[in-house]
Design a protein around this ligand. Structure first.
Ligand code: R5P
Length: 333
């Protein structure tokens, strides 16, 4: 099928330029020429150095650290620049969507920042959004424009499947992720265990409740098994490392882990490296500088996946079929 736009342009923010470079190379177009500078007053300035008039424009920006707020603003300003330069259509490609954990009012007087961010992206001129493994599926509905959420879980499934192990068990690090972990386990034809945090109450000397603490329980038997912990993202590494200890205490043979988004905040990389995980597998939705890499960290690229979908969007071809073609069950939410 042909495109209703004569030409496509792919521009990169500073959120993950290496990934954008790989995407553009795979699509077979040169990276769009843009200048992004931050003035001494910290104002961000963007200039597109080539015409985008009536073109199909993709702005790729991962909402990454450091300087996450700058990355967000950069995306908004780039979208605005494209719209004001009469782009034919503008698609925000956001491999990692930040603030996904602030998606509901679960305490008094708190914001829904994921919704606010979605509103700002639309208000800035995005006409479509392409993203990967949102923290919660309902964030799709925060946008009133077409939003394609891809999953990179099949890349992780394929990686572990190629190991050919017959003693694998998939472990969900919490109950909230259990459904997605179950899909992951099914795709691997492996059983599932679930780590579950429970608040237990301790009785004091009298009859009254004295205190409470959280304990991590395991639903499932991991004795003698190779455990593969799967999560959507690793931020501080705290959740994963607690689960690693639990699995060890339950007699796991070896412990592996994987996630789509390596946020690796603060000293997470150091802690994960020393945490007794045989191998940690992730993707390049977020940039990983050399100091956040180590020999047993494997990084799979989502560039081919994004490139393929960009080409399909440009040509007006269904994006859904990309999953069935790969013969994977629904690995999403
Ligand atoms: C939580 O709901 C997520 O799925 C991850 O488990 C969480 O973001 C990991 O955070 P951290 O690495 O800081 O424990």
């Amino acid at each position: 099928m042909g495109s209703r736009f004569d030409e496509m342009r792919i521009f990169s923010g500073n959120g993950n330029p290496d990934l954008t470079g790989l995407i553009a190379a795979r699509v077979g177009v040169p990276l769009g020429d843009a200048t992004i500078v931050q003035f001494s007053n910290e104002n961000i300035f963007v200039k597109l150095n080539e015409s985008v008039r009536e073109k199909d424009v993709f702005v790729v920006q991962s909402l990454s650290m450091p300087n996450l707020s700058d990355r967000i603003l950069e995306l908004l300003i780039m979208l605005d620049a494209c719209r004001r330069a009469s782009a034919g259509r503008v698609t925000a490609v956001i491999p990692y969507f930040a603030y996904g954990r602030t998606d509901k009012r679960d305490q008094a007087r708190v914001p829904i920042t994921a919704r606010l961010l979605a509103d700002m992206i639309q208000a800035s001129g995005a006409q479509q959004v392409l993203t990967i493994d949102l923290h919660a599926g309902q964030i799709q509905g925060f946008f009133n424009i077409p939003t394609d959420e891809l999953t990179a879980m099949h890349l992780l499934v394929r990686y572990w499947a190629e190991k050919g192990w017959d003693d694998m068990i998939v472990v969900s690090p919490d109950v909230g992720f259990a459904k997605r972990a179950r899909n992951f386990a099914e795709a691997l034809n492996a059983p599932l265990a679930i780590a579950e945090k429970r608040r237990v109450q301790h009785l004091g000397r009298g009859d009254g409740i004295h205190s409470s603490s959280e304990v991590l329980n395991l639903i499932g038997d991991v004795t003698g098994k190779r455990c593969i912990i799967v999560d959507d993202e690793i931020a501080t590494g705290g959740s994963i490392l607690e689960v690693v200890q639990l699995l060890r205490s339950k007699g796991a043979r070896a412990i592996y882990a994987c996630c789509v988004h390596p946020v690796f905040a603060a000293n997470a990389a150091e802690r994960l490296r020393a945490g007794g995980i045989e191998e940690l597998v992730t993707t390049d939705t977020l940039p990983l500088p050399p100091e956040k890499r180590w020999p047993t960290l494997t990084v799979l690229s989502v560039s081919n996946l994004i490139a393929e979908v960009i080409q399909r969007i440009h040509s007006g071809v269904s994006v859904d079929t990309i999953f069935s073609q790969r013969n994977h069950p629904a690995l999403g939410h």
